[in-house]
Write a protein that binds this ligand. Structure first.
Ligand code: NAD
Length: 480
């Protein structure tokens, strides 16, 4: 197969470095205009079996390839992706809806992540040594790994699993979301000219393809990113064959704004970190707690700034809020907006469905101090709507922020760093930021507490999540 990309069609799944066409095909829609995109494959059980067999065969040699050689190929792949990035970024905007600037950021991050993973070797650990014996902890790869990917950030979240999986010696099958298969399939196509057959394969299909993979006895690990509901099903299904599982699930992140902040400085950051990608990021600000002393002033400044955020097609300039990604999500978010009237919530900014458009556009809404038990506070809306909540007592706001089943990210905003750290250490979340939100890096573990996930990705913790642990005891003097 060729390394020059044609992003206007797709001939098949990527199995053993070949295009394998399927009898059935499907397509998704461009969320900015609801127009159908081209047909993509629908993998069958036979395709899954074939990919798993190829991955098993490839594992025998790939697991023995030295780290330096794997790193060389990963860097070569990064260069190839980079040289095709303009076409890929445009494809990503067409299928996902996000603004082109954000698609570029997603590719910048992915390339940066690859280049970091290529330096992150998991090394043996000598646990103990004396004249008699040495004990070494080693980290062999698990085997055939599979990444199940959501639709909101399909490139970084898909390839962010590929890198650690193959750098630690596993082979990898990627399953994109049925809503966003296009860019991920093309990324698989690019991989065919770099990696040996069976090392990196991509299968596209519906949600049922996900269960075919989690049920498959030939797959040794699932790394899943998606909703809590599906994550539970994935874990249940993996239990049958005792697969290793990493789950990156939903979030309902609190941000606690203290009374000492410089409102004008942080309002633009907070608004962006709430409405980026139309609120469709697991770790955005989803519950905004603002101290009562500055609440009114902060709310007015937030509303004024949010009004300047442009909603529109991802190819228009200066757009921050694209469409909701698909009709299912659009209906879910519209349902949340319909609660405003039903529950008589006060709106600081009304927002709502953008009429006279075929796309799934909804403009941002800010709900003014709704009750803590309202749906907009307890559920992850995954859309451009957030609640602002008033607080006065530090202990109490920490307790409110820690309520609920989510525990993905959380932040505290204050000039007093000691206070910020003290509060941050009490927040139940896998990532906590003081004066920021949604910072991620390839060398920093990322995961959730409570129902927001199991295990971590990225960082050395994430690399080791693609390894088994082997304690190797070597007795030196038995035959003296
Ligand atoms: P989803 O759970 O509907 O789908 C995720 C993936 O799972 C898709 O590829 C889908 O086809 C597949 N799938 C569906 N049913 C399956 C099954 N029974 N078995 C196996 N796979 C199955 O999630 P989504 O709607 O694509 O993504 C949005 C959710 O993902 C939000 O809740 C968001 O917070 C969460 N998310 C979490 C992170 C994180 O890293 N923690 C990142 C992005 C998104």
């Amino acid at each position: 197969m060729t390394a020059t990309l044609d992003t206007s069609n797709y001939p098949g799944n990527i199995i053993n470095n070949k295009f394998v066409a399927t009898a059935k095909t499907r397509h998704s829609l461009n969320p900015s205009n609801a127009q159908p995109l081209y047909e993509v494959p629908v993998a069958t059980q036979e395709d899954v079996d074939s990919a798993v067999n190829s991955a098993k065969t490839a594992f025998k040699t790939w697991s023995k390839v030295p780290f330096e050689e794997r790193a060389r190929l990963l860097l070569q792949y990064a260069d190839l992706v980079e040289s095709n990035r303009t076409a890929l970024e445009e494809l990503l905007v067409k299928e996902q809806g996000k603004p082109l600037g954000l698609a570029k950021i997603e590719f910048d991050m992915t390339l940066g992540w690859f280049r970091a993973f290529a330096t992150m070797e998991v090394k043996d650990d000598v646990l103990d040594e004396n004249d008699e014996r040495i004990i070494i902890q080693t980290f062999p790869p698990i085997g055939v790994c599979c990444g199940i990917v959501p639709w909101n950030w399909p490139v970084l979240l898909g390839l962010g699993k590929l890198g650690p999986a193959i750098m630690t010696g596993n082979t990898f099958i990627m399953k994109p979301s049925p809503y966003t298969p296009y860019t991920d399939l093309k990324l698989g196509e690019l991989g065919t000219s770099i990696f040996p057959p069976g090392v990196f394969q991509v299968l596209s299909g519906g949600d049922d393809l996900g269960s075919m993979l989690t049920e498959h006895p030939g797959i040794d690990k699932i790394s899943f990113t998606g909703s809590i509901t599906t994550g539970k099903k994935v874990m249940e299904s993996c239990a049958k064959t005792l697969k290793r599982v990493t789950l990156e699930l939903g979030g309902n992140d609190p941000a606690i704004v203290c009374e000492d902040v410089d409102i004008d400085k942080i309002v633009p950051k907070i608004a962006t970190l709430a409405f980026l990608n139309s609120g469709q990021i697991c770790m955005l600000i989803k519950r905004l707690f603002v101290h009562e002393k500055i609440y009114d002033q902060f709310r007015d400044a937030l509303v004024d700034f949010t009004k300047t955020l442009k909603t529109g097609d991802g190819f228009e300039s200066d757009v921050l809020v694209g469409p909701l990604q698909n009709s299912m999500q659009y209906e879910k978010v519209k349902d949340m907006y319909s609660e405003i009237d039903k529950c008589s919530w006060t709106t600081a900014l009304e927002g709502g469905v953008r009429e006279a458009s075929n796309g799934y556009f909804i403009t941002p809404a800010i709900i003014d101090n709704p009750p803590d038990d309202s749906r907009i506070v307890t559920e992850e809306p995954f859309g451009p709507i957030i609640p602002m909540l008033k607080w006065s007592d530090e202990t109490e706001v920490l307790e409110r922020a820690n309520r609920g089943e989510h525990g993905l990210g959380a932040s505290v905003w204050t000039k007093d760093l000691a206070r910020g750290e003290r509060m941050g250490r009490q927040l139940l979340a896998g990532s906590v930021w003081i004066n920021s939100h949604f910072d991620v890096a390839p060398n920093v573990p990322f995961g959730g507490h409570k129902w927001s996930g199991i295990g971590s990705e990225w960082g050395m913790t994430g690399m080791k999540a693609f390894c088994n642990s082997r304690s190797l005891w070597i007795w030196k003097k038995v035959y003296d």
